[in-house]
Write a protein of this length. Structure first.
Length: 146
């Protein structure tokens, strides 16, 4: 029969293995991952490789989204985080943002991760959006022809 100490060691090992799996999952995602409190404060940031950012992790953590993002986008973040926390349902929204001299299109999904915070995954959907816009222009051009 295992002793209390052996049981505790087994639980610690299981938690460490789970943490390793979760870390690998996060590192494999191409998305920006942020933890945001319902008051808008960035709690943590995992930058996406190759995605332009409004500010580096060190400049974001502890600051409100309203300080770093245009107000309409910050308001969308706050609505999504609050709704995710209150309802438990994932909230999605899209936005356009100019960074590093280019306009990008982003899809964000907020999911409750605590009593007063959500994890927000942000994916760069710029290429998809550009194709959609080009298709819309092409269709409009075809419809306008006699």
């Amino acid at each position: 029969m295992p002793t209390e100490l052996e049981d505790l060691r087994a639980r610690v090992a299981a938690l460490e293995a789970e943490a390793t799996r979760l870390r690998a999952l996060l590192e494999a995602t191409p998305d920006l991952v942020v933890r945001v409190a319902t008051d808008g404060t960035y709690r943590d940031v995992m930058e996406a490789r190759g995605m332009p950012v409004v500010a580096r992790r060190e400049e974001r953590v502890g600051r409100p989204v309203q300080d770093l993002l245009p107000l309409p986008i910050a308001a969308a973040y706050l609505r999504a985080v609050t709704a995710a926390v209150e309802t438990g349902a994932t909230q999605a929204f899209e936005y356009e943002l100019r960074l590093e001299g280019r306009t990008g299109y982003y899809e964000a999904r907020a999911s409750r991760s605590g009593a007063d915070e959500a994890v927000v995954l942000v994916r760069d959907v710029s290429e998809r959006k550009r194709v959609e816009l080009a298709l819309e222009r092409s269709e409009a051009s075809l419809r306008s022809r006699p």
